[in-house]
Write a protein of this length. Structure first.
Length: 375
């Protein structure tokens, strides 16, 4: 095959959707996949199956690729430093990616920047946690996602499982928040930065369930503050590609940074159908140092609802049912086998009336999850 213009490490649905954007741009991708049948390996012909923690495997994949980007944030930083020393541009680079890999490092760096964060401290014992105070949220500093590696604790007894994990832990105050927001920006190596509309993210059991773009009834000044904060973090941390800043909107009207992700993010999936330029296309444009595309919404409202594994096992067969009921809703399936609670796809609806858009997206997701609607 011709030499790739970009190597992607990780074969999940984010890489799959990057390939969708790459086709239109004419960008040749090589993929490092965890297994031959993972989501992105099904659609990227030039792929290698291997272990992203093995430096020699990484070298094989990126050998003739000038630029490297990621489906996840778990590649060891020392491996990325080695690839950079050998002439490959890792975007984002290990100096930035550290703050998405390690929550304790993230908190220290954000506080140094003056970014608003929940009160926090690293803890290594029950005594440390008692000194921090209750209620609290305990998080593993590395590796947690979708509610895994996160515990809400109201006493030392509640923390036994967390400490038994043997992993470094970060304690944070349990924030009294009104809702969760996300501010996404794209940033190129040349310093161009563009922000997407701030969205509302609704969670269920620690997993993103649905996203509304833009966030309803968000004070314009607070929206501007969120966008400016995300742009400043991207610039100060020297992020290349998409940066997602997950935020709490507190009950008293403040913003607090919850998490950072340096890759396309679930809260930006609405942009595939709802924005002039999707987050996936802008991620590719950014890491390849191409001019960024407009982030404006195509319609007043877009709603993305995740499809989680449920009673429907044959998603492909169910497509006809959903499209017959909701022909204007966009379906995105990830090529994954159905397991309870697993993200296997998403749907997006858009239009001028939020209640109608919400109803269409939710009905479609329900038909793909349980085979019935929940009106």
């Amino acid at each position: 095959m011709p030499s790739p213009q970009l190597a992607i490490v990780g074969g999940g649905q984010l890489a799959r959707m990057m390939q969708q954007a790459a086709i239109g741009l004419g960008v040749r991708i090589r993929l490092l996949a965890e297994a031959p049948d993972v989501s992105a390996a099904q659609v990227v012909p030039d792929h290698v199956v291997g272990d992203y923690t093995d430096l020699e495997t990484l070298r094989t994949v990126v050998a003739d690729a000038p630029v490297v980007t990621f489906d996840h944030e778990h590649v060891p930083p020392e491996h990325l430093q080695a690839l950079q020393a050998e002439g490959h541009a890792c975007r984002p680079g290990p100096h930035a990616l550290l703050y998405a890999q390690d929550k304790a490092e993230m908190r220290t760096r954000l506080e140094a920047l003056g970014a608003p964060c929940p009160r926090n401290a690293t803890v290594s014992s029950a005594d440390d946690l008692v000194a921090f105070g209750f209620p609290a949220v305990l998080k593993t500093t590395r590796g947690g996602y979708d509610g895994k590696g996160v515990w809400v604790v109201r006493s030392a007894a509640d923390a036994q499982e967390a400490f038994a994990s043997g992993r470094p832990l970060l304690a944070e105050e349990l924030v009294d928040f009104r809702r969760e927001l996300a501010a996404l920006v794209a940033r190129s190596p040349s310093g161009e930065v563009l922000a997407y509309p701030v969205v509302e993210s609704r969670q269920a059991d620690g997993v993103c369930a649905e996203v509304i773009a833009p966030a309803p009834d968000l004070d314009p000044e607070l929206a501007a503050e969120a966008r400016a904060l995300a742009e400043r973090i991207a610039t100060e941390l020297d992020v290349t590609g998409i940066l997602a800043v997950e935020l709490f909107e507190t009950a008293d009207g403040r913003l607090l940074v919850n998490e950072l992700a340096m890759r396309p993010h679930n809260t930006g999936h609405w942009s595939i159908d709802g924005a002039v330029t999707s987050q996936f296309e802008n991620h590719l444009r950014a890491v390849l140092d191409l001019p960024l595309g407009a982030t404006d919404p195509r319609a007043p409202w877009s709603v993305m609802v995740n499809i989680l594994g449920g009673a429907v096992e044959d998603l492909e067969a169910q497509r006809a049912v959903v499209l017959g009921a909701e022909p204007d809703v966009k379906i995105h399936l990830y090529g994954k086998s159905v397991k309870a609670g697993r993200k296997v796809g998403h749907v997006t609806a858009y239009g001028p009336d939020l209640d109608d858009v919400l109803a269409r997206a939710r009905r479609s997701a329900a038909l793909l999850t349980d085979g019935v609607t929940h009106d």
